[in-house]
Write a protein of this length. Structure first.
Length: 97
């Protein structure tokens, strides 16, 4: 059974993230709150999701990111859950390039 993430603690975390003003503040915050491996894992999943949205193949994504096919498949399932969070963020990041 999937856990509901809607809680006061999660809302406080998201509010803190939204209060960050620049990249340096993001680095400071996330280096304090995440282990290096957790942060690298999150960034890899976002990269995988962005590449899936660009219609790259699993092999291309695996070669570019080092992600396993299991990770790529998991992110692909998340993209197909119609929550659209990765898609929304990836589109915004793409527009800023």
């Amino acid at each position: 059974m999937k856990k509901d993430i809607h809680s006061e603690a999660v809302e406080k975390l998201f509010t803190a993230v939204m209060s960050l003003k620049n990249m340096e503040e993001c680095y400071l915050f996330f280096e304090d709150i995440c282990t290096v491996n957790e942060l690298l894992s999150l960034s890899q999943r976002f990269d995988v999701g962005s590449r899936l949205l660009e219609k790259q193949t699993y092999q291309e994504i695996s070669e570019a990111t080092g992600a396993s096919t299991a990770t790529i498949s998991r992110v692909n399932r998340l993209l197909n859950d119609n929550k659209n969070g990765i898609e929304m963020a990836a589109a915004r990041v793409s527009r800023r390039k």
